[in-house]
Ligand binder design. Sequence first.
Ligand code: FAD
Length: 290
Amino acid sequence: MKIKDILAKGRPSVSFEIFPPKKEAPFEPVKGAVERLARQRPSFMSVTYGASGNARANTVEIASFVQACGVPALAHLTCLAATRDSIAGEVAALRAAGIENVLCLRGDMPKEQSAQPGGCFSHAVDLVRALGGSGFCLGGACYPECHPECEHMESDIGYLREKVEAGLDFVTTQMFFDNNIFYRYLSKLRDRGVTVPVIAGIMPVTNGRQIARICRISGTYLPSRFKAIVDRYGDRPAAMLDAGVAYATEQIVDLFANGVNAVHVYTMNRPEVAERIMANLRSILQTDDR
Ligand code: FAD
């Protein structure tokens, strides 16, 4: 099923993210996580591509397994270190596996590489153009706090608009911990004529130290309310899990209450986190006749 059709129903939708095994790592733990996540009946599951050293080839296999579990898959695809031939190969593999949804991303240059081999793709918009007319439902990334390489939010939104006009059906945000930042961003996007559905990316934080580092790199604002939680519970994994699930649940309830129907949870291969969040949302999602 295409994600644009799921979003068009206008009902609250919760999706999850999974990353495939690293090179040579076994598939079974990841597949076990997918099976558990699928039991929560997410609207779809996205599968990352090459992020944090994950083996690229494994994205198609895991996305295919997601669909075998009865959940539509969204396969991520990055283009920065790719050639036209390698992208054509990926597209053929996705099509053969019956994947209908692709998240078009630029990616980041691998540490060991400083120049692009093929030089065909400089930005995600080039990949969107390459996949235009291919029949896939296309998504892209967006940044409520501006992409770290872009100097001004206004230009970042301008580039996003270009990407959408090139053929995106929806966009998913980078994680954020302050919903007001998201609401202001959404309003700016609408003012600038970006009208596609915007899926809000929510990261349930279960590792206090790790999140401080990720936020430094990505430029994500940590509200003082959230910092206090990390300072107090960051060294106690069980307490941090309780607090992280509670914080993420509160964000999601607030988003639904304010009419934002599509939420993507960065579940990071931890089904227990998704299970607890979905348990917290059970009546909310039932009332809305999911
Ligand atoms: P782009 O849209 O190309 O933007 C990158 C930068 O270039 C921005 O600063 C933008 O303002 C600027 N820009 C865009 N177009 C132009 C233009 N025409 N001219 C000049 N400047 C321009 N990474 C992975 O490796 N694997 C994943 O699976 C993955 N999944 C992700 C999922 C989500 C929801 C998000 C938000 C990010 C994900 N990433 C992933 C990280 C992503 O690859 C990085 O954030 C990367 O730095 C930017 O990718 P992009 O697609 O947003 O790039």
